[in-house]
Write a new protein. Structure first.
Length: 198
């Protein structure tokens, strides 16, 4: 097949070539006129942002890094489902305090359609009172948000492979936290967050 060249060949935008922006999706989001709820995960943290599209570049209205969970509440793993939910909860509470009432999830190219981390964060923001449309098929099971799957895995490892248990949950154990208590710690942390004045 001959390669396209000459004056009829159109070079795609740089961000499209780099796989960073889906312009057809972005156009639909912009036409809504609503703020965008953006979730990204790095090697260590979950980043939750509420942005407002602008010609000169998106303006960040709210930004919350899951690191706040460790600093204020002693949370250990800062990039799992419970951490994403709690970070989204904080972002939603801050957004409400700043007069933001609604947003639309912008997954971008960073997630697949069935990714659970961004939807867990969005569910946290919804529980804070922010209006974010989420399809039923994308909702994350409450037991997973509470970290019951992590606690069950920890319990299984503790019984079947104590050495692997110590390695996998070393950060919890070093902090004096029993990983099997994650659902209970999640509820306590959520309650503390809801009592804060944001």
């Amino acid at each position: 097949m001959a390669r396209a060249k000459g004056p009829r060949f159109i070079v795609p935008f740089r961000r499209r070539r780099e796989g960073r922006t889906d312009y057809s999706l972005r156009k639909k989001l912009l036409l809504s006129g609503k703020p965008l709820f953006v979730v990204r995960r790095s090697n260590r943290y979950v980043h939750v942002m509420i942005t407002k599209p602008d010609i000169g570049g998106d303006k960040t209205l709210v930004y919350v890094l899951s690191k706040i969970l460790a600093k204020k509440y002693g949370w250990v793993n800062l990039k799992n489902l419970p951490a994403a939910y709690l970070t989204g909860l904080i972002a939603g509470l801050i957004a409400k305090s700043r007069g933001i009432k609604e947003a639309i999830i912008n997954l971008g190219h960073a997630w697949s359609k069935n990714a659970s981390i961004p939807f867990a964060a969005a569910m946290g923001a919804r529980d804070a009172g922010l209006e974010i449309p989420i399809g039923e098929e994308a909702l994350v099971d409450e037991s997973r948000i509470r970290g019951e799957h992590i606690a069950n895995y920890a319990k299984l490892l503790k019984e079947t492979d104590p050495e692997l248990y110590k390695r996998r949950f070393s950060r919890y154990l070093e902090a004096g936290i029993n990983p099997e208590d994650i659902p209970k710690i999640f509820e306590e942390t959520k309650e503390k967050i809801l009592k804060e004045v944001w």
